[in-house]
Design a protein around this ligand. Structure first.
Ligand SMILES: [Fe+2]
Ligand SMILES: [Fe+2]
Length: 175
């Protein structure tokens, strides 16, 4: 019998790496649920374009979660189906939602930076490479969230709210 541990025979993932991946699955699940909540609020205000924008965003966050799920399971690890709780439902206005969205994306970018650093220190270069996709994705997500706030601030007047709604909706069609 050589010194390879039983755990290592089952999975290529180190325990600490599996743990941070599972934690991030929960963050993506929370992010998806929060965007769905924002979507519901927008639809309820008659802002259908922004409602659809955030509904698509919720779908994308679930895809992010499932990509990690697949990575863990295909590496022979154990993915943990996350619980979601404390989802914000009381929003005051569209701008505060847009700001909340950007703040959340910035926080998630920071998570991936820390995770990548962790994997490099643990010499798990395969997972570090897997996480690169998320860093690229976060760059796009932050860009889009910033653009939403720019659109709001540049166009904002009481008469323009439906134009803002349409512009934000159209962001999902553009690059
Ligand atoms: Fe995400
Ligand atoms: Fe995101």
């Amino acid at each position: 019998m050589n010194s390879t541990s039983i755990l290592r025979q089952k999975t290529s993932l180190q325990e600490s790496v599996q743990e941070i991946l599972n934690q991030q699955m929960a963050v993506e699940a929370h992010s998806s649920a929060l965007y769905l909540s924002m979507s519901a609020w927008c639809y309820a205000q008659g802002l259908r374009g922004t409602g659809e924008f955030f509904r698509k965003q919720a779908d994308e966050e679930r895809e992010h979660m499932m990509k990690i799920f697949n990575y863990i399971t295909h590496a022979g690890g154990l993915a943990v189906s996350p619980e979601t709780s404390n989802i914000e439902r009381n929003f005051t206005d569209l701008r505060s939602i847009l700001v909340m969205s950007l703040e959340q994306e910035i926080q998630i970018t920071e998570n991936f930076n820390k995770m990548t650093e962790h994997c490099q220190k643990a010499r798990d270069y395969q997972t570090a490479r897997f996480l690169q996709w998320y860093l690229d994705e976060q760059y796009e997500e932050e860009k889009q969230a910033r653009r939403c706030i720019e659109i709001f601030d540049q166009m904002n007047s009481k008469d323009a709210i439906f134009d803002i709604d349409r512009e934000i909706h159209d962001l999902k069609k553009k690059d």
